[in-house]
Design a protein around this ligand. Structure first.
Ligand SMILES: [Zn+2]
Length: 291
């Protein structure tokens, strides 16, 4: 075992670089979304009026809470877990290969964690906050309940300890997850051929938007975060293709205000308010995807 609980200057630099990278990528996504949007927002959010900015307030408010919690709890838990090296990694593997192996392993972990969030009712209480968004853009990638972030950090700590994953690999992975999440939630229209080629390796917006389709069958599919090969491997794909007017959200549920979203996990599963509504509205999806 070694002790690296004190944030060393190298760690501070890595954290600063991660923050700057994510901020610049977010700003780029927000600009490109205005330039070449792929989907129209629902009428209730159209026009960049009060409802639009209230939505941004909810998403960015949840992000601010999550970021505060991350520095107070998630980072210390991660530093602690990565300081417990229960076994020594074999020298036969070239040192430069380990970061790549770690990223693939952590992406495999987050695939199953995400899947568990949809299958285990207690975890869905938290993850539902992310899915209640009725439209998607780069800010949706930042919209998570802090309870989900904390639970994720606790379970991930077990993975980090079991696989002896160093802190640097975890922080690089976290940065990649944020970059990937902003990319596949963003409402930007990519050239069709480019996106098709990219989707063979990584999760693209067309794939992930189907995960946010307001039809539970599709919501419970396509769990990948960075790499796109886990879903076919573990049989969690859906034949549904993204369409321009695809309705986004949770079937039978509505968006809630910021305070209600914070308290959502404590309320548990409320009865669906309008189970037939999603099906009626998805019948309107006649336009092909704009890409
Ligand atoms: Zn999900």
């Amino acid at each position: 075992m070694n002790s690296t609980l004190d944030p060393a200057p190298a760690l501070q630099q890595l954290l600063a670089f991660k923050g700057l990278l994510v901020l610049l990528w977010l700003l780029l996504a927000l600009v490109l979304e205005q330039w070449r949007p792929a989907a129209l927002p629902p009428l209730s959010l159209a026009g960049y009026g009060a409802a639009w900015f209230a939505r941004w307030g909810r998403n960015l408010g949840l992000f601010a809470l999550g970021a505060a919690l991350s520095s107070l709890l998630v980072l210390p838990v991660t530093i602690w877990a990565s300081s417990l090296q229960l076994w020594t990694r074999p020298a036969a593997v070239p040192p430069l290969a380990w970061p790549l192996i770690d990223i693939v392993l952590l992406d495999l972990w987050i695939y199953w964690w995400h899947r568990a969030n949809h299958v285990v009712p207690f975890l869905w209480r938290f993850h539902e906050v992310h899915h209640r968004d009725r439209h998607l853009d780069a800010t949706s990638a930042l919209r998570f309940h802090f309870g989900e972030l904390f639970l994720s950090a606790l379970v991930r700590a077990v993975v980090i300890i079991a696989l002896a994953i160093p802190l640097q690999s975890v922080l690089v992975f976290e940065a990649l997850v944020l970059v990937a999440a902003i990319f596949h939630h963003a409402n930007w229209r990519l050239p069709a051929g480019f996106e098709r080629a990219l989707s063979r390796v990584i999760i693209t917006p067309s794939r992930h938007w189907v995960h946010h389709h307001r039809v539970r069958r599709d919501t419970d599919s396509t769990y990948g975060t960075i790499f796109s090969f886990w879903d076919p491997l573990f049989r969690s794909t859906t034949p549904t293709q993204r369409t321009q007017l695809m309705e986004i959200g949770v079937e039978g549920r509505e968006e809630a205000d910021f305070i209600a979203l914070i308290g959502l996990p404590s309320r548990g599963a409320a009865p669906a308010t309008a189970p037939a509504e999603a099906q009626a509205e998805t019948a309107m999806q006649a336009l092909p995807a704009a890409k």
